[in-house]
Write a new protein. Sequence first.
Length: 174
Amino acid sequence: MRGLRRRLVPIAVLATLAGVARCGSDDASSSTAPAGAATTAPGSTPLEATTWELTSGSLTLVGNWTVTGYLASSGSAFASVVTGSELTAQFAADGTVNGNAGCNTFRGGFTQGPGDATTIGPLASTRKACADEALTAQETAFMTALESSTTAEVASHEAALFKSGGQRTVMMTR
């Protein structure tokens, strides 16, 4: 076994060196450019002087979201969702939004674009009484926060809504 290994190692080294030597051959298909030089594959268009524009692409509000926080009624603090309750928002491609505001469900319209411009509402909701004051306050603040939103920043798994002036109104995750 030891003799076989001694014979195979030099063969493997020679095979590797032969492969490296081929990478540096002089034929046109394997030419290399100096460091920092632009290269173009045969039949392709060079990207020099190309103007690029970053767009949100498929990063829209469309989809199902779970709310993690909202602007409190005071307008000066950001609140977490009341323990044991769930706030949701489902934005549809047809421009409708619906969800759960904690005690009641809501529905309405929304627009997104151009850019990060967003409008939500007017929203309508069912009118069940909440089990306690904290849930009532949460529902009122959340609905107000949604309707006061004027911009949205959307990433693949989270979104933040803001009102004019840049104050965050709602945080959501998918």
